[in-house]
Design a protein around this ligand. Structure first.
Ligand code: GDG
Length: 485
């Protein structure tokens, strides 16, 4: 008989679903925007538990204890536990090692990587802080779920202190080939840190393969490639490839809501063109925003008949604004937008509408509904949930998804128009194709994608983890029986 699930979930990630903001009436949790939040918050809302994360603010003083808040504020369903970080830790661990070394490295931007010992040392220190906070919450049987590249060392720290803790780890971004990974002076520490978990998930098998090859070659670990398993320090670690799903039905419901539909119609009349193209993403160099805009410019150059008839709405959510590469990117994007609008704008017509802001989720769905074509053209992306959300929101089956072949989602969304974002002419030509696609072809492609996104949704994804955890438990007892440990 299946055991009753009473275990608590202890979610651990750099950022949680809320940022803490100081107001006159005290500290207020403000919803945060990220792929991770979209994916895992529904689980905590349903099952309860605690989410351990940095609240996005500077600690009021050194050695401050973190705030604990029931969230969401109006209808609390789980607890948010803050890990306070000092200004120096934010600079060295977050802006520095996480976003100046690991993020560009994993997205194949070697020229943007900077490897500094002081940043690495602070990364180690902060990983210890997060592990400590998780250990305080964990009792036997609980599941500790650690997320992403900021916290790669947490699993082994927890393992050393609580050898029996059940641990999941999900790596949300690409995992690079070991040739690239080994440029990082602390690559083997990152790998050892991750091997503290029981189950390690990636979006794609190619990322899992890169990890397996890396532990085999850099740590000399025993790897069973056929079963995606690593044997390490008398334990076995199961490595899975599970492309994250979305809450398909939630997006469908939102897309059916009459208020969302009428807002979408209002957006259509506000932008007032025959065909609307849309892009929504954090303002990040990995998302290929500049390349997409340049291709949009070429498309307008080569297809004069589309001038005045189509606009691109670019919603760019502010992100990592303390990292210099991100500030420069904003300036670059704004300059290209300005040039395109200057070249092809006329009267009230603008070929690009640029918004440097995030919008509420319901409003986002109205934009998905209003857009004839969705452009998702990252230079590299672990998965990209926006592509799936657009597909789920197209309630009448119309709409065209233009998707980079370097987004993890491209492996699943076979009905998309695939583009190479490094090939600007090719991309411009495919924009024309997308805008001209007839309704019959749109629906054929969209239904294919909707079926995929509906079947492999967030529940399927969470189920994969639980199954892998149970399989790992069986394997652990098998290993301890055969070694007598
Ligand atoms: C990382 C990996 C991987 C975006 N703008 C607004 C808004 N969003 C929401 C979207 C979506 C999420 O943010 C973005 O998720 P992505 O997956 O597209 O991208 P990253 O943030 O880079 O996520 C990525 C993901 O983790 C999950 O593992 O897929 O590869 O880089 O859910 O809806 N939400 C609201 N307003 C906005 O303006 N409310």
């Amino acid at each position: 008989m299946a055991k009753k699930q009473t275990a608590k979930i202890i979610m651990v990630s750099n950022r949680g679903a809320y940022n803490l903001q100081a107001t006159e009436s005290g500290i207020r949790p403000v919803p945060a925007i990220s792929g991770l939040v979209s994916a895992v918050e529904p689980l905590l809302k349903e099952k309860g538990g605690v989410w351990i994360a940095w609240g996005g603010r500077e600690a009021p003083r050194k050695n401050a204890t973190g705030l604990r808040l029931p969230v969401p504020q109006d209808d609390p369903l789980y607890s948010f536990q803050e890990v306070p970080l000092t200004a120096e830790e934010i600079e060295l661990y977050y802006n520095g090692f996480s976003n100046g070394a690991l993020w560009p490295l994993c997205h194949y931007f070697l020229e943007k990587c900077s490897y500094k010992a002081a940043e690495w040392e602070t990364y180690v220190k902060v990983n210890n802080k997060f592990a400590e906070a998780a250990l305080l919450e964990t009792t036997e049987g609980d599941v500790v779920w650690v997320n992403d590249y900021h916290l790669a060392l947490v699993p082994s720290i927890i393992r050393n202190r609580q050898p029996k803790a059940k641990q999941f780890f999900f790596w949300h971004i690409p995992f690079p080939h070991h040739d690239l990974l080994s440029t990082l002076p602390w690559a083997s520490h990152i790998l050892r840190g991750l091997l503290g978990t029981d189950v390690l998930g990636f979006h794609l098998q190619s990322y899992a393969d890169n990890f397996l090859n890396a532990v085999a070659s850099l740590l000399d670990a025993e790897v069973d490639f056929e079963h995606n398993t690593v044997y390490w320090q008398q334990r076995c670690i199961y490595v899975g490839a599970w492309p994250m799903g979305i809450d398909y039905h939630n997006f469908r419901r939102r897309a059916m809501d009459p208020a969302t539909v009428s807002r979408a119609m209002a957006l259509r009349s506000q932008f007032n063109v025959e065909r609307l193209a849309l892009s929504v993403e954090r303002l990040d160099y990995t998302k290929g925003i500049v390349e997409k805009l340049l291709a949009w410019e070429r498309f307008l150059d080569k297809s004069p008949k589309w001038r005045g008839r189509t606009s691109l709405i670019q919603i760019a959510v502010p992100s990592r604004t303390a990292v210099p590469a991100y500030r420069l990117l904003k300036e670059e994007v704004e300059a290209v937008v300005q040039r395109i609008n200057h070249r092809f704008g006329q009267g009230s017509y603008r070929p690009v509408h640029f918004f440097w802001q995030g919008i509420p989720r319901q409003e986002l769905v109205s934009y998905y509904l209003a857009a004839d074509v969705m452009l998702v053209t990252p230079l590299r992306d672990g998965l990209n949930l926006v592509a799936k959300e657009y597909v789920a929101s197209r309630r009448d089956g119309s709409g065209v998804l233009v998707l980079s072949r370097f987004a993890g989602a491209a492996q699943e969304l076979k009905g998309a128009v695939l583009v190479n974002p490094y090939d600007l002419d090719g991309m411009a030509a495919l924009f024309t194709r997308a805008l001209n696609m007839d309704r019959e072809e749109q629906e054929k492609r969209m239904r294919l994608m909707q079926e995929r996104v509906r079947r492999y949704d967030i529940r399927w994804w969470l189920g994969c983890f639980y199954q892998a955890m149970m399989a790992a438990e069986r394997e652990i007892s098998h290993v301890s029986e055969s070694t007598g440990s």
